[in-house]
Design a protein around this ligand. Sequence first.
Ligand SMILES: Cc1ncc(COP(=O)(O)O)c(C=O)c1O
Length: 380
Amino acid sequence: MNYGFETLAIHAGQEPDPRTGAVVPPIYATSTYAQDEVGAPRLGYEYSRSANPTRTALQECLAAIEGGQVGLAFASGLAAEDTLLRTVCRPGDHVVIPDDAYGGTYRLFAKVLHRWGLNWTAAKLSDPDAVRAAIRPGQTKVIWVETPTNPLLNIADLPALAAIAHEAQALLAVDNTFASPYLQQPLALGADVVVHSTTKYLGGHSDVIGGALIAADRGLGEELTYHQNAMGGVPGPFDAWLTLRGIKTLGVRMDRHCDNAERIVDYLSAHRAVAEVRYPGLPDHPGHEVAAKQMRRFGGMISFRAAGGEAQAVDICNRTKLFVLAESLGGVESLIEHPGRMTHASAAGSPLEVPADLVRLSVGIETADDLLADLEQALG
Ligand SMILES: Cc1ncc(COP(=O)(O)O)c(C=O)c1O
């Protein structure tokens, strides 16, 4: 469909139900499907681990909004990641990972897939030469990218990394959770596969856990589809439906997340309790120029370092009232957290450890003045 982003988000995979005219895809709460004859399932549906019509609607929408050939939905972002890695890698292979990835992604590589025989090297992905140096010719099968990264909001140049990956005959996998497909389209920039925690901006309302993979080409998409069924990490139809409903408003939500984040960045940048603000929209952010080329706007995530160190960072997190102290991000409500002790605690003592004075904000879509007043009372 040659439609704009918002139109695809609302309509792709979501034709009115041919039988009843229902405008919204029904929740098909069924594990199995009646067959007309042995070996003749209707419309290909035989068992809901393999396929479910509510999930199909979500998957078609995911493929459309990321511009891929095949979209697949999973029970969580980590289930999607595990399925991708065990589809395209074998024991003995090697992957390059960011030196500041989401802590759970790092744990999957370091504690789970490493035992299975997958080797990894952490590299500074904002530096293409460091990535090239981390490649092990013949062994490296994936370059794993987050941009912006969680939680330091570093930026990686996607076309440059795609060229390095393809030269090494590796895949470029991009976790697009922080940007969302409204702000950044990795497949159009050369990536082979996009990963999402749909728990975040795609779901958008902090009421569902989910993940997604979107493959640029049909061959990889078919292999992933096979493994989605063979490994079984699928979402139920209620979760698929909630995620699909969230996606419909992604564009308008992202614009408001960005508007509010820009106001908060201005405020924090001038505050004496703040040593450094990390936001790719700031002209002095080292990745600003690359971000401006590959992102529509700079997103709703902000990290900052407290001038008073770790104790002050923790104190700020404890003092906000409107910003809820909680893990996760990307919902309509604003959240605050201390990555070192919360989302990234699993990276402590590793090359991916985050600064102890760092505070991360997921800026929601509330009234901006109320968010600023809350920060004002918390920063003191
Ligand atoms: C960037 C990023 N990728 C992946 C994940 C994992 O997703 P999930 O929690 O849905 O398994 C998260 C979760 O916070 C994340 O922030």
